[in-house]
Design a protein around this ligand. Sequence first.
Ligand SMILES: O=C(O)CCC(=O)C(=O)O
Ligand SMILES: [Mn+2]
Length: 211
Amino acid sequence: MTRRTTPAAPDPAAGENLVPRDGRVTYHPGFFAPRRADELFARCHDELAWGQEVARFFGRAVPLPRRTAWYGPISYAYSGVVHPPRAMAPVLVEIRDAIEALAPKMDCVLANHYRNGRDSVSWHADDEAEWGSDPVIASVSFGATRRFSLRHREAAERVSVELEHGSLLIMAGPTQRCWQHAILKTNREVGARINLTFRRLVAVPGKQGVR
Ligand SMILES: O=C(O)CCC(=O)C(=O)O
Ligand SMILES: [Mn+2]
């Protein structure tokens, strides 16, 4: 009798894991072809409801070094910034549908617009209660290449990857519990970049994050 083995279903997030332990981070360069990525950059730039958020740190009002736009069925709060709920813009629905096979059921997105190398997001983890434990975060980049840095919370390990125009980065497993990430400032002349971090709402809003 021949015994048949069913091949394991392909892992849609397969790809080299960029972190050595305690998480899963995969990078998919050229996920959107260059012309499509150009078009999506322009549409996100023109169609999203960008705002200049002002955070409150120890009672002081500090403008965040980037522009942001929030889309999701709930309000989203961090660093004293509160984004009200907003229905997904049509361009975001197209992008969400395009990443569905690798990052299913995304229903929220925080969009970031970095105008130059002085714009940044400081060390943080996307570990708010809304995303549940061990969330999948799918991050789409358009525009100038920027370095995405990761550091382990308890060890000295650091990892970085250059996020290119049209790329997709997926963080999963315990990444948010064990690692922090950032887009650090650079003195290099870099052009504008738009980043979309898609997330999936699984719990009622809880604590506020800081970034
Ligand atoms: O711009 C990026 O690649 C990261 C943005 C980010 O970490 C966030 O919005 O939570
Ligand atoms: Mn983040």
